[in-house]
Design a protein around this ligand. Structure first.
Ligand code: KIV
Ligand code: ZN
Length: 511
């Protein structure tokens, strides 16, 4: 009989703990909806006690997102468990995830508690969580560095107390695949009541082994795997969902009789969404979702692929929702063709969004001979973001060069009025940003800036990601254009518009 591996996604909790990856409640909701389309079983939406913002965001996801179990994290403290229970109240299916460190180093230095105390705290935390939810997960933090016999005792005790899932974290990414697989096997062999709970794994990537360790654990009998989109997470990150799922799917001969409910065709879109909202650019050589994952450069490889695709391709790009760099549409394509192509790649736009996307598409097709799928995605993502353009860019002129002072003149529109300012700066981008500041009167600190070509060729769209700090708020924004200075200005303006929109929603200002 086939066994289902439960996919527990922690992009919104552990993933969001990655330095610099903070998401707004609205963005988390958007990701949660996409995770449901992707088919994950459990969404760890946040750590409700950690901040009011986290509490509200878990509550909102619990209220609005249907189709997956919504989970909230809690330390083994009553106040944490209550916060998680309250935030999860509206969820149709909910899970409380309690954790407590069990390794010697954590017990001695961090918790300053003896084994006997840890056992009692873990037991009573699980019992308390069970008062609020029938689905309770317990994690012995730093399990891979915990004394084996003590770990077995902890697991037995929490299962007896009512834990329905016991998660084995490799918290510091210390384990090696054969060792970690062996640990899961040993737990299954040595914990007497182990069959009363699902054994899960949660691996970090400090040594680059998170996916390998997770797969070794699945091979040894783990029933749930915890992972994040694009592998984002604390320090070097968590195990990447797309890599784990595609390994199991591609190597059915190795992972016999197991399956997941993931709709792999949603992988690429989910990866892009998370990248866009966090501002974490996916490395070109990243497995499954990197820009080069399906590119064949060497002549021998290209020849092989043309003769038989499987010579050098073990996954077909369409299976992960990536339709390659094939020519999608050209200058003469009409609205109907655009809408059909967009539907094919999974975007359903309303009339207004389609009209705006069509205008952008025509502008782009005029500049670029060929419009690829990635270009279309970038255009559509812009249209789907429901942030009104308070300030829009209507004109841009810049100059610079060796020995020439960089200067930019910008024309911005607000409520049908055009404003123009010129500024110099350290480079054309800096000059643009200074001119924007002069016009809008909004001071933004540029925390991060990156640029990437979406497709190849001299006429490729350049996609700029910026992270801004405006007042106390950090905002990530992205914009694309064939002109990188224009993309830079648009991304910056988008960040400003996002802050203004949020402030308006919070009734702090009138736009
Ligand atoms: O890495 C870890 O140990 C965790 C736990 C809270 C599961 O994230
Ligand atoms: Zn973790």
């Amino acid at each position: 009989m086939s066994k289902k591996i439960v996919i527990f996604d922690t992009t919104l909790r552990d993933g969001e703990q990655a330095p610099g990856a903070s998401l707004s409640a609205q963005e988390k909701l958007e990701v949660a909806h996409q995770l449901v389309r992707l088919g994950v079983d459990v969404i760890e939406a946040g750590f409700p006690i950690s901040s009011l913002g986290d509490f509200d965001s878990v509550e909102q996801i619990a209220r609005k997102v249907k189709g997956a179990t919504i989970c909230g994290l809690a330390r083994s403290l009553n106040k944490d468990i209550e916060a998680a229970a309250n935030a999860l109240k509206p969820a149709k299916r909910k899970r409380i995830h309690v954790f407590l460190a069990t390794s010697k180093i954590h017990m001695k230095y961090k918790l300053k508690k003896a084994e006997s105390e840890i056992l009692k705290i873990a037991e009573s935390a699980v019992k308390y969580a069970r008062k609020f939810s029938a689905d309770v997960q317990f994690s012995p933090e730093d399990a891979s560095r915990t004394e084996r016999d003590f770990l077995y005792r902890v697991i037995e005790r929490v299962i007896k107390a009512g834990a329905t899932t016991v998660n084995i974290p490799d918290t510091v990414g210390f384990a090696q695949p054969d060792e970690f697989g062996g640990l899961i096997q040993a737990i299954i062999n040595n914990v007497p009541n182990v069959n009363k709970a699902v054994i899960a794994v949660h691996c970090h990537n400090d040594l680059g082994l998170a996916v390998a360790n997770s797969l070794a654990a699945i091979h040894s009998g783990a029933g749930q795997v915890e992972c994040t989109i694009n592998g984002i997470g604390e320090r070097a990150g968590n195990a990447a969902l797309e890599e784990i799922v595609l390994s199991m799917r591609t190597r059915k001969d190795h992972f016999e009789n197991i399956y997941t409910d993931i709709n792999t065709k949603e992988i690429y879109k989910t990866s892009r969404l998370v990248s866009k909202l966090t501002g974490f650019v996916v490395a070109p050589n990243k497995a499954i979702v990197g820009g080069n994952a399906f590119r064949h450069e060497s002549g021998i490889h290209q020849d092989g692929v043309l003769k038989k695709r499987q010579t050098y391709e073990i996954i077909s790009p369409e299976d992960v929702g990536f339709y390659g760099e094939g020519l999608v549409l050209g200058k003469h394509s009409g609205r109907h063709a655009l809408s059909q192509r967009l539907e094919q790649i999974g975007f359903k736009l309303n009339k207004v969004q389609l009209q705006n996307a069509f205008i952008r598409f025509k502008e782009l097709a005029d500049k670029k001979k060929e419009v690829f799928e990635e270009d279309l995605m970038s255009i559509v993502e812009e249209q789907m973001k429901d942030v009104p353009e308070v300030w829009s860019l209507v004109g841009l002129d810049f100059c610079g060069g060796i020995g020439v002072e960089p200067k930019a003149t910008l024309w911005l529109k607000k409520s049908e009025k055009i404003f123009k300012k010129t500024s110099s700066g350290d480079g054309p981008v800096d000059a643009c940003y200074k001119a924007i500041e002069k016009i809008t009167g909004i001071k933004a600190k540029l925390l991060d800036y990156s640029i990437q070509a979406i497709t190849r060729g001299k006429d490729a769209l350049g996609e700029v990601n910026v992270k801004l700090k405006i007042n106390q708020e950090e905002i990530v924004a992205r914009a694309a254009s064939t002109d990188i200075i224009e993309a830079s200005a648009k991304a910056y303006l988008k960040g400003i518009n996002m802050v203004l929109f949020k402030a308006k929603k919070a009734k702090l200002i009138r736009l």
